[in-house]
Structure formats: structure tokens, C-alpha cells
Design a protein around this ligand. Structure first.
Ligand SMILES: Nc1ncnc2c1ncn2[C@@H]1O[C@H](COP(=O)(O)OP(=O)(O)OP(=O)(O)O)[C@@H](O)[C@H]1O
Ligand SMILES: [Mg+2]
Length: 450
């Protein structure tokens, strides 16, 4: 019988990837910054899986979004790390390595995922998953793991709230998933000088996405994406209980054929606590009034947009009147341009706290609310895209304008009407009016006395 041979793969795992190598869960979702060593770690996870499998003819796969990418990113690593295994046979045309225990590791591109059909897998890596057609997983790869109860690792950098984000979200909620996030500011894997250099050449959003694993940054043209990301990191998207002793304000975007969106919020010191969000379509105002009553809060005013004062064709009543008749307290938000409203909302954002569950859809809409892109000029227009996010975003803009109305402004000092002189501590003579004011006052008096 041949003596067991000890093979040492020339790979020293980076400390940051140890939770992945040590995992017990069947599924893993790893969100990691650029150049963290994702592909190297995953290739080695496959090699270990292949060498230690006790099954008949184990099969492992590495999938990149494109076949050419799989070749560029992983093939050299796979060959290099397998080169120390006696009897390992690389097959250049099929991008696969056959190992002496009958195991096989093969590289694929999700651009042609159908070619994977028909086989089985004991383990699979989906690298740069955010760039992949999600059907590759659900239609083809997932069923391939069923016979042998195979495992899967999804790994990549974020690209907005797409299928990768959904997996990341799920991995944080399910016990059979390992979630692992590696941000460049925490891992120290890329030297600070290099990060600074990269930052200087990228937009803040790009940097946040590529090095800080932000799922928000990728929403190109987003008005509030980075603001929401900031308050989320500051812990302001969390469980927010209503203050029972304070009234609840509401801010409405009133849709006619469209959706109606309502934010429920309280002003607590300098904080705005957004406790709930209601959105629906095809329902009349009585429905929303009933929804609000059912929540049992003590309400202050209901801020509504300016056009709520317009008389409606069918009823001849204004929506302000309808709300009054429903026992609500409508108040019209001051006129403002959309851009002024958006700016006011952005200025306010650091003071805002959201209830993460009750406001989930509204927060998602705020993240995705963005400028309209003009395909012809290949540039953003100076106006927002009208889509499902607009209603919550408009209602939030009204919240910012409403809050300005509530915050007491410093009372204006009454203007002096009589000239008085004082001697200050330094012995100088001062007056309570400027020279200009004195002249104006004298002119007025003269005119009156004539
Ligand atoms: N454990 C390790 N030990 C030494 N060097 C490593 C290790 N892991 C990765 N590297 C090196 O770090 C660099 C980046 O590795 P890799 O290509 O795996 O990163 P990545 O996160 O997949 O990058 P990208 O975001 O560009 O896809 C490579 O030069 C690689 O050789
Ligand atoms: Mg890579």
C-alpha cells in the first residue's frame, strides 16, 4: 500500500478570512472590499474541499460572472496552488484540475450557466456575485447541490441593493448562513497610503462601495443614499419607540391615481424620530385617517402639500376640507422647489432616527430615490426620476419643510424708535441706532411734520 503523502499547499490564510475557512454553516455570504484576497481564499476553500472529500468523484466549481473573468481571476491561482499536489492534472481548455483522489475543480462563467446543467456539485463558489445573473444560481446551480447536500459561498463587493444584497440580508437572519463583512477600514489589508490614493481618484460613492462595502453607494444618482448610509452606520436606523407624552406629526404625499405615502414622526429635542410609515394606492382619504386612528397615537398636525388646497373636480371640496371633516388637522407645508426640499431633507438627515421595521419600505425608497438619467445626453437631469420611490421621498421632503415651521426661530429684536446714547466700559460713546437708521428716522419725521 502506498504511504500517505503529506502535501502542503503554499497558502497561509489571512486572519480576516478564518471565519470563512472555519465555518460550520452550509451557506456563506462574504462581502469584502477590493483586493482583500477573496479569490485566493475561495480557490483554496475549493482545493481543501476537493482534497478532503470522502465522497465518490467529488465535484467542485468556481463561478465568475463571465467565463473570461473566471480564467483571468482564478485559473492562475488554481493551477499554482494545485501544482504541489502530486498527480494533479490541469486541463487548460476546460479550465479544470483533476486531483488524484478523483476530485475535480472546474471554472465556469455565469454568462453561460446553462453549460453547467446536468452535473452535480459538492461545493461551489460564486465570486463577484453582485454582477451575476441571479437565475444562474436559482435555476441551475442550486439544484446541482441537492443530491450531495453541497455547500455554497457567495462572495463579492456590493453593487447596490440587488440579489447579492438580498443574500447578505438573509445571511444575517438565518442560522444556516455565515455572514462575513470585511471593510478596508477594519481589515488593514490594503495600506493606508494606497487607500488614500484610491480615495483621491474615486467619487466618495465609489470608494464607499469598493472599499467600505456600502450597498447604498451603488445607486448612481441617488439623492439620499450616502446620507442614509451615514445615519445607518451611526445606529440611527433601529427600534424607535414612540414617546407617549409627545404628539405625533404626520407628513403626507397625496396621490390621486397614485400612491399616498405618510411618515409618522415626533420631534424629541433636536431629534426627529420617524416611528412609522404608511403607503398604499387606490384608497381614499378616509382609509388613511382610519389607519392613523387605529395606531392610537395622539396626533398634532398633518402636513400636506400645497395642492391639497385645490378644489377637486368630483367633490368640489379641497382635500384639506376632507381631512378636516375626518377629524384630522391638516396644515399646508410652505411652498418650495423640489431641489430646496431635497436640500432641506439632506441637511436634516443627521438628526433623523428611523424605526427599522415599520419604516423599512420607506427607507428603501429614500435610498433609491434618484435623479433621472438621460440616455441621449448620457447625463443626469436636474430632476428626480418618477417611480415607486417618489411618494415616500416627496413626503419626506415635506417632513423637512414642516420641521422648519415647527422649530422656533430666534425672535427678531424690535427696532429702536428713539435715539439713545450710552457710554460703554471703555468710556466710548455708542448709540442704539446706526447712522443710516438715524438719517432714515429723521427723514420720516420731517416728511410727517411737513
Ligand atoms: N492569503 C494570502 N497570502 C498572501 N497574499 C495573498 C493572500 N490572499 C490574497 N493575496 C494577494 O492579494 C492580492 C489580491 O488577492 P485576490 O485576487 O484574491 O483579491 P480579491 O479580493 O479577489 O480582489 P478583487 O477585488 O480585485 O477581485 C493578490 O496579489 C494575491 O496574491
Ligand atoms: Mg477577485
Amino acid at each position: 500500500m502506498a504511504e500517505a503523502q503529506r502535501v502542503v499547499i503554499p497558502y497561509s490564510p489571512r486572519r480576516q478570512f478564518m471565519p470563512l475557512h472555519d465555518r460550520k454553516e452550509r451557506w456563506a455570504c462574504v462581502v469584502a472590499h477590493r483586493r482583500a484576497g477573496k479569490t485566493v481564499a475561495c480557490v483554496n476553500e475549493l482545493i481543501r474541499g476537493a482534497l478532503t472529500s470522502t465522497k465518490q468523484e467529488p465535484r467542485f466549481a468556481y463561478v465568475a460572472p463571465y467565463y473570461a473573468q473566471a480564467k483571468d481571476a482564478a485559473w492562475t491561482y488554481l493551477k499554482r496552488f494545485c501544482s504541489v499536489i502530486p498527480g494533479a492534472e490541469p486541463n487548460e481548455s476546460e479550465l479544470r484540475v483533476d486531483l488524484p483522489n478523483g476530485a475535480r475543480i472546474r471554472l465556469y462563467g455565469a454568462d453561460n450557466y446553462d453549460r453547467m446543467r446536468g452535473g452535480y456539485l459538492d461545493g461551489v463558489i460564486l465570486d463577484e456575485y453582485a454582477d451575476m445573473d441571479p437565475n444562474a444560481w436559482s435555476e441551475v446551480i442550486r439544484p446541482m447541490l441537492a443530491d450531495r447536500i453541497g455547500w455554497a459561498i457567495f462572495i463579492g463587493t456590493p453593487k447596490g441593493k440587488n440579489a447579492f444584497w438580498e443574500l447578505w440580508d438573509r445571511s444575517n437572519k438565518s442560522p444556516d448562513w455565515l455572514p462575513l463583512m470585511l471593510r478596508a477600514s477594519k481589515t488593514g489589508l490594503v495600506a493606508k497610503a494606497e487607500l488614500d490614493d484610491a480615495r483621491a481618484m474615486m467619487t466618495p460613492e465609489q470608494y464607499e462601495q469598493e472599499f467600505e462595502c456600502s450597498f447604498e453607494a451603488a445607486i448612481v444618482g441617488s439623492y439620499y443614499g450616502s446620507d442614509i448610509a451615514k445615519i445607518e452606520r451611526a445606529g440611527q436606523i433601529t427600534k424607535v419607540e414612540p414617546e407617549p407624552l409627545l404628539p405625533v406629526y404626520t407628513t403626507w404625499d397625496l396621490g390621486i391615481g397614485d400612491s399616498t405615502s405618510i411618515w409618522l414622526w415626533q420631534a424629541v429635542g433636536k431629534q426627529i424620530r420617524v416611528i412609522d410609515h404608511i403607503e398604499d394606492h387606490g384608497k381614499g382619504l378616509p382609509h388613511y385617517a382610519a389607519e392613523l386612528s387605529a395606531r392610537g397615537h395622539v396626533y398634532a398636525e398633518d402636513f400636506v402639500p400645497h395642492d391639497a388646497r385645490a378644489r377637486e373636480l368630483g367633490t368640489g371640496r379641497t382635500r384639506v376640507e376632507t381631512l378636516l371633516s375626518l377629524g384630522r388637522k391638516p396644515r399646508v407645508v410652505p411652498m418650495h422647489t423640489v431641489m430646496d426640499g431635497i436640500n432641506a431633507a439632506r441637511v436634516l438627515m443627521p438628526q433623523v432616527w428611523f424605526d427599522e421595521d415599520k419604516c423599512a419600505r420607506g427607507i428603501e425608497a429614500l435610498r433609491q430615490y434618484r435623479r433621472e438619467y438621460d440616455d441621449k445626453t448620457r447625463a443626469f437631469k436636474e430632476r428626480p426620476l418618477h417611480d415607486w420611490t417618489s411618494h415616500a421621498a416627496d413626503a419626506f421632503r415635506y417632513l423637512a419643510m414642516a420641521y422648519r415651521e415647527l422649530t422656533p426661530r430666534a425672535p427678531e429684536k424690535p427696532k429702536p424708535t428713539e435715539l439713545q446714547y450710552h457710554v460703554n466700559d471703555a468710556g466710548q460713546l455708542t448709540s442704539n441706532m446706526s447712522v443710516r437708521e438715524i438719517v432714515e428716522m429723521r427723514m420720516k419725521r420731517k416728511a410727517r411734520d411737513l
